[in-house]
Design a protein around this ligand. Structure first.
Ligand code: PEP
Length: 253
């Protein structure tokens, strides 16, 4: 794929397995993905299994170029936080990336922009690369407030520590109405938001990878990846099907 405007940025495809799988299914899925992603590639690929499966997943992908990510972390480094997992623990389990502020956590666990910003910083303290999810609900889009909402989600990080921290981070634009619904943003909608996100990231903007997420499939990936400000995808459902996942990884390559 020839995208002259973003020659500095490697395409990235991230599979968010959510709370799916078990030891056997994960082993089967990863065996197929590893077999289909041999050798050198332009695009980078990350899988994010549920926390209990991080180490077995790492064992299955080691020797390949596929990297490991987590789906969430605590904003605290250690202490009396029952059930939480720290950034350092994830780093010790060989994670390189961690998804932060996924809309399911914002909606179902009530994570605020401020907590998400603290998690972003906790990830970077442990040298993990945060994948910061931002995106509007359908009501916010209907009210024409989508850019304001996304701007505030980014500002929650930039106002605390400056935008330069995005030099070691990834942003994922995931319209809430497109995640797990089968609806995908039109190329025009995605293009507007990705350009806006880049405009908010200060001096490091041109180097930051901005992924699109929301019902990406093999059938729509090429069209999305052709948009200059889209640098790959964050996948939910499609990452649980090895053939579909590999087709999307190859479209990004
Ligand atoms: C996601 O959960 O981040 C996601 C993009 O899900 P899906 O691809 O299933 O819409």
């Amino acid at each position: 794929m020839n995208k002259t405007s973003n020659a500095k940025r490697r395409q990235l495809v991230v599979g968010n397995w959510k709370m799916n799988g078990n030891q056997q299914l994960n082993a089967e899925l990863l065996a197929k993905v590893v077999a289909g992603w041999q050798g050198e590639h332009q695009a980078e690929v990350v899988v994010c299994p549920p926390s209990p499966y991080l180490l077995p997943a790492f064992e299955k992908i080691s020797g390949s170029s596929i990297m490991l990510g987590a789906q969430n972390l605590s904003q605290y480094d250690s202490g009396a936080y029952t059930g939480e997992v720290s950034a350092q623990m994830l780093a010790e389990l060989h994670c390189k990336f961690v998804i932060i502020g996924h809309n399911e956590r914002r909606r179902l666990q009530g994570e605020t922009d401020e907590q998400v910003a603290q998690k972003f910083m906790a990830a970077q303290r442990a040298s993990l690369i945060p994948i910061l999810c931002v995106g509007e609900s359908s009501a916010q889009r209907e009210q024409g407030r989508h850019l304001d909402v996304i701007g505030a989600q980014l500002k929650a990080v930039c106002s605390q520590v400056g935008c330069d921290v995005f030099a070691n981070a990834v942003v994922a634009y995931e319209p809430v109405w497109a995640v797990g619904t089968g609806k995908t943003a039109t190329p025009q909608q995605a293009e507007e938001v990705h350009r806006f996100i880049r405009s908010q990231l200060g001096e490091v903007a041109e180097t930051v990878r901005i992924l699109y997420g929301g019902s990406v499939k093999a059938s729509n990936a090429e069209q999305l990846f052709a948009i200059p400000d889209i640098d790959g995808a964050l996948l939910g459902g499609a990452s649980l099907d090895a053939d579909e996942f590999l087709k999307i990884c190859k479209a990004a390559d």
